[in-house]
Design a protein around this ligand. Sequence first.
Ligand SMILES: *Cc1c(COP(=O)(O)O)cnc(C)c1O
Length: 411
Amino acid sequence: MRFNTSLVHGGVKRNDKNGLTQVPVYQVSAFGHESAGELEKIFANRAAGYTYTRLGNPTVEAFEARITTLEKGIASVACASGMAALTNAFLNILKSGDEIVASASLYGGSIDLFRDFEAFGIRTVYVENNNWDAFDAAINERTRLVFAETIGNPRLDVTDIRKLSELAHGRGLPLIIDNTAATAYLVRPIELGADIVVNSSSKYINGSSNAISGVLTDGGKFRWDYEKYPGLKEYEKFGPYTYTAKLRNGLFRNTGACLAPQNAFLNQIGLETLGLRMQRECDNAAALAGWLQSSYPELTVNYPGLADSPCHEIAREQFHDRYGAILTLRTGSKESAFRLIDALKLPYILSNIGDVRTLAIHPASTISLHSTKEQQENAGVFDDLIRISVGIEDVEDLQEDFEQALKQIKF
Ligand SMILES: *Cc1c(COP(=O)(O)O)cnc(C)c1O
């Protein structure tokens, strides 16, 4: 199945006796059974079935199956948020004394999470993205995973996933990729060698900002060394599912990171139009970025689709001529950045990406507020920077709105 076909048919079981086209919302906390023996079997993993929604729910499972197909993995675990999915993805294979090597160009929340890990003896070493020598030098005998975002949010640098996965695998390490800003529409990181892919499905997958959620997908190909990852040993018998089996039987259920069935349902509806929305949003972003760059030399426009972007070549190859739907503008000062945001009439001023509506935010005072100045600059956050998540509006209306807003700004 090609991408748009798989969005509506992939991973879908067409066996409902009433001909339902969607798995309905199983809005229950727990599932009743015929006998105590039957429930015992399910709890002991000796029979399939549902027991308690924190451990599994048919609506959530249907969403997971579709994401697995889309990201070309073998299993997915849907979580209450993107941050819950990231936390579970990392801690499933880490213990005190371990280290993470991560691209420095990360979503602010991930940087905050890595700071929280320090209290548990897990250290993160940041390196400049796509700097292979720096990645190589940062890896040592304590390193247990390599992490990057496909498109750094909001630096908009594009990770060469194939190269980074070769580097990580060469050092015996799995590569975890946050694919939130790119989505499976632009790239399936597992196809390029990533081992675990995480999506904040609150963003493009949902598409309308109506539910917080996240999902991680296991590629199933990494060969775990049980001396380095002793916690996985017990799950060796699950073969390619070792990582997911450990997660489901341990951290995921015990941290209570489960996704609500209602939110899984909303995501499934969103998912079906991911291709249409991304196509339109990427095209709108490309048109808007090109127009802003050529019409307003006083603005610094950053978008991977622009020929002068340092990531243009990687993006062109990896994403096949589309470049995502986020662009950033530097206006020269925090004051002018605020004035521009306030003068725009169409974009919502809110902290999200991937909505059908265009969104604008000043990252330094919001999503990256808790990062240090150095962390902010490494993540591409500056005092005069605005991030625009471009929606599906008619691009002429967006241009007219920027035109009237920029008229009011004195640079
Ligand atoms: C939003 C976001 C997250 C966190 O997801 P939530 O659903 O808000 O918890 C993680 N990574 C990236 C790149 C994001 O944009």
